[in-house]
Design a protein. Structure first.
Length: 149
């Protein structure tokens, strides 16, 4: 009887631990990337910032690090002010690598329909906070050149 009670207790504990850990949610990460793209294309700096964690940061190419939603919004507003209204971005997720249940590294390629830079790539660290996936850090790099370059 004691063995049965112990076994049942262990099974219940294992099931509770499984239920407590939220499943990794790749579609939610992809939805965040799509929300960023839509906000960027609408020149909606508040919408862009909503995809970031409150303490998130961004570094574009060789630029300085911009941290926090307020500063990222200022950066986006400055960028949008000098970006042609017809310029559009298309983001393609090239990989999502879970690190933990609540952390992932996401690689993207950004393509622009016009302008001197037609493509770049980004690596983001995503975190799940309050059940929502947000960008904790984004690094933007030049587009990857051909192999051997």
């Amino acid at each position: 009887m004691l063995k049965t009670v112990c076994a049942a207790s262990l099974i219940c504990a294992a099931l509770a631990a499984t239920v407590a850990a939220a499943p990794f949610d790749e579609p939610a990460i992809r939805a965040n990337v799509a929300a960023f793209e839509a906000a960027w294309n609408n020149r909606d700096s508040a919408g862009v910032v909503a995809t970031y964690a409150p303490d998130g940061d961004i570094v574009v190419m060789n630029g300085s690090r911009t941290a926090g939603r307020t500063e990222i919004q200022r950066l986006m507003e400055a960028e949008f002010a000098k970006t042609p209204p017809t310029m559009r971005i298309t983001l393609t997720v090239t990989s999502i690598r879970p690190i933990t249940q609540d952390t992932a590294v996401v690689d993207t390629v950004a393509r622009f329909n016009e302008g001197p830079v037609r493509e770049n790539r980004g690596t983001s660290v995503f975190v799940r906070r309050g059940g929502k996936w947000l960008v904790a850090a984004l690094r933007v790099y030049p587009a990857q050149g051909p192999p051997g370059r």
